[in-house]
Design a binder for this molecule. Structure first.
Ligand SMILES: Cc1cc2nc3c(=O)[nH]c(=O)nc-3n(C[C@H](O)[C@H](O)[C@H](O)COP(=O)(O)O)c2cc1C
Length: 429
């Protein structure tokens, strides 16, 4: 949750009557608001932290959820430490500082070891001595990150927790997914007091998205809104870039995250004539073709015009540069362009695109500016021996953004044993 001001003006007790007041009283009189939790839940002006301030405006559902939260806490067979491990896993997945801090405090009181809490905060996998805590973590993690539960994890949970507590842990995870959605959407007020618990490094944990869905929908998104993109979002996408393979694991690339308006405007000036020339050739090649053949490419070229004209307004341009001295290029001796060197750079760029996709950000791998390497070097100050590999404009999409791709079937790309022999057929499932 960001530290921006709440999206709803917090309600104080004096403003409440009827059902909202009934809900307010239920919250402040509940066991969760007694003891050290009270100052975290109730602010100095009496307004409520967590999801409750939002629910005061829809007390019909708020009353049910308040009771459901208490039932999960007070009327279940789940051990309190098990319960808190499950919540911490959800809070970590959603990157919600407040939720994590509050529950880290409770988790400590319930005997969850500090090193496990710190590991969850870092995005690492905690190792518990207690089987029930490990089972709760594993099942919660699979649910929130993979949206499935493997047979092995389910069996381990049944064994360590028993049937009833397994059902309760899964339900608890679902409840806190809903609470996390409310906290994320409304950015409610944070406590008046300092909560002594670890802050989450939001860059450490990429957002959960199905791998197949991400890869099969990451297309060139060239129409971008000028709305700001946070450093956290770029850092999370770059974290994925950093996981890419490279020859000898030398990672021969660096990235310059360009936000400066003058630098982006200069890049746009350099890009426009290159794009115009490229697009003119592309449009000429489409002349006379029927709409069903030419249409998609013409629309992509129009989007490219938009990108070219609006380069200065793109919130972020990530420029991937590389050091040729770190490349082991195994195909240089042939009478054709060498490609192997790029294999240590472009997987990182693709991972970055996927990271942007996971953040809901549009982006496109572009290379036209590599023709202006000298001017780009003067502008961005990378060393003489380094070269440019890719320029990735990033921003929220104007329209739908990422979506289905038009690509050849596997049967047109893959061959069994010998080139040109029987193609590999796609699995119809
Ligand atoms: C090596 C490479 C260079 C590219 N250069 C540019 C570029 O300079 N400008 C641009 O608008 N798109 C560029 N693209 C994006 C491609 O045009 C795009 O990936 C392709 O048309 C498929 O589009 P889709 O992913 O939207 O289906 C480049 C892509 C690659 C892989």
């Amino acid at each position: 949750m960001s530290k921006t001001s709440p999206r709803l003006t917090p309600l104080t007790p004096a403003q409440l009557s009827g059902a909202p007041k009934t809900l307010y009283d239920a919250v402040v009189d509940s066991p969760r608001a007694q003891g050290p939790g009270r100052n975290i839940l109730i602010r100095e002006d009496g307004s409520l932290c967590g999801p409750f301030d939002a629910w005061l405006r829809s007390p019909g559902i708020g009353l049910h959820f308040e009771r459901a939260g208490m039932a999960l806490r007070e009327e279940t067979s789940m051990d309190a430490a098990v319960r808190e491990v499950a919540v911490l896993t959800v809070a970590r997945a959603w990157n919600i500082d407040f939720e994590f801090q509050v529950h880290a405090m409770v988790a400590k009181m319930q005997g969850v070891p500090d090193d496990a809490i710190d590991a969850i905060a870092r995005g690492d996998t905690p190792r518990f001595e207690r089987d029930d805590l490990q089972a709760a973590y594993n099942i919660a993690r699979e649910l929130v990150f993979q949206r499935r539960v493997t047979d092995a994890t389910f069996a381990a949970a049944q064994k360590a927790l028993g049937e009833q507590a397994t059902i309760e842990v899964v339900t608890h995870v679902g409840f806190y997914q809903m609470v996390s959605g409310v906290l994320t959407a409304f950015d409610p007020p944070v406590p008046s007091v300092e909560v002594p618990a670890p802050h989450l490094d939001s860059a450490a944990m990429p957002l959960p998205i199905d791998l197949f869905e991400a890869i099969s929908t990451t297309r060139a998104v060239r129409k971008l809104r000028p709305d700001p993109v946070s450093d956290d979002q770029i850092n999370r996408a770059l974290k994925l870039a950093s996981f890419a393979p490279s020859g000898g694991n030398r990672q021969p690339w660096q990235v310059i995250v360009v936000r400066d308006a003058d630098k982006k405007a200069k890049m746009g000036e350099l890009y426009a004539p290159l794009w115009d020339q490229y697009a003119a050739v592309g449009r000429k090649a489409l002349e006379g073709l029927p709409e069903e053949k030419a249409g998609p490419t013409l629309r992509a070229l129009d989007a490219g015009d938009h990108l070219s004209k609006n380069f200065a307004q793109i919130p972020v341009v990530c420029v991937f540069v590389f050091n040729p001295a770190l490349l082991h290029i195994t195909d240089q001796g042939y009478d054709r362009p060498s490609v192997v060197g790029g294999g240590s750079i472009y997987p990182a760029v693709q991972n970055f695109l996927l990271g942007c996709r996971a953040e809901g950000l549009g982006c496109t791998l572009t290379t036209l500016l590599c023709e202006k390497e000298k001017e780009i070097r003067d502008l961005l100050g990378f060393p003489e021996e380094w070269g440019t590999a890719a320029f990735v404009p990033v921003g929220y999409p104007v329209g739908r953004g990422h979506g289905p791709l038009s690509r050849r079937d596997v049967s047109n790309l893959a061959h069994l044993d010998v080139f040109g022999a029987r193609p590999m057929e796609e699995d119809p499932s």
